[in-house]
Design a protein around this ligand. Structure first.
Ligand code: ZN
Length: 134
């Protein structure tokens, strides 16, 4: 278990919901962009990193019954597009609930979860998943 904190430190930035905001038109992008596609040259070097709250709501979703190999253990699983409170749309898996429990507009919260463990050394990968906001 002592490996986990080190992994966390090294990957802290990667596993937070950090986007970039264009100060000119005030649009927040996730995944982060280095240039605003609307303001282009005027945004170069001016994009500002901003961490999102992790709160959002289901924008659309689909129940997957036969997915990628890495998800085989979790079939069926729910993949959703989440509209974050801050605006951007984020794709992610919704966990700890059944498909009947969610609908368009259901409030969800991003959480850091183990995605998979691989190899003899059991390197554990973490990523975002979403849970229904209590
Ligand atoms: Zn802009």
């Amino acid at each position: 278990m002592s490996e986990v904190p080190r992994f966390w430190r090294e990957s802290r930035h990667r596993y937070r919901l950090v986007g970039t905001r264009c100060p000119k038109c005030d649009t927040l992008y996730f995944p982060p962009r280095v240039i605003c596609p609307s303001c282009r040259r005027e945004s170069v070097g001016k994009m500002v990193e901003e961490e999102m709250s992790g709160e959002g709501e289901i924008f659309s979703f689909t129940v997957v019954h036969d997915g990628l190999e890495q998800f085989k253990m979790q079939i069926p699983y729910i993949m959703a597009i989440i509209k974050m409170k801050e605006g951007p749309l984020v794709t992610g898996q919704v966990v700890d609930c059944s498909p009947e429990e969610i609908k368009i507009g259901t409030k969800v919260t991003a959480t850091l979860r183990r995605v998979r463990a691989e190899g003899k050394e059991g390197i554990i990968q973490y990523g975002y998943k979403f849970t229904v906001t209590p």
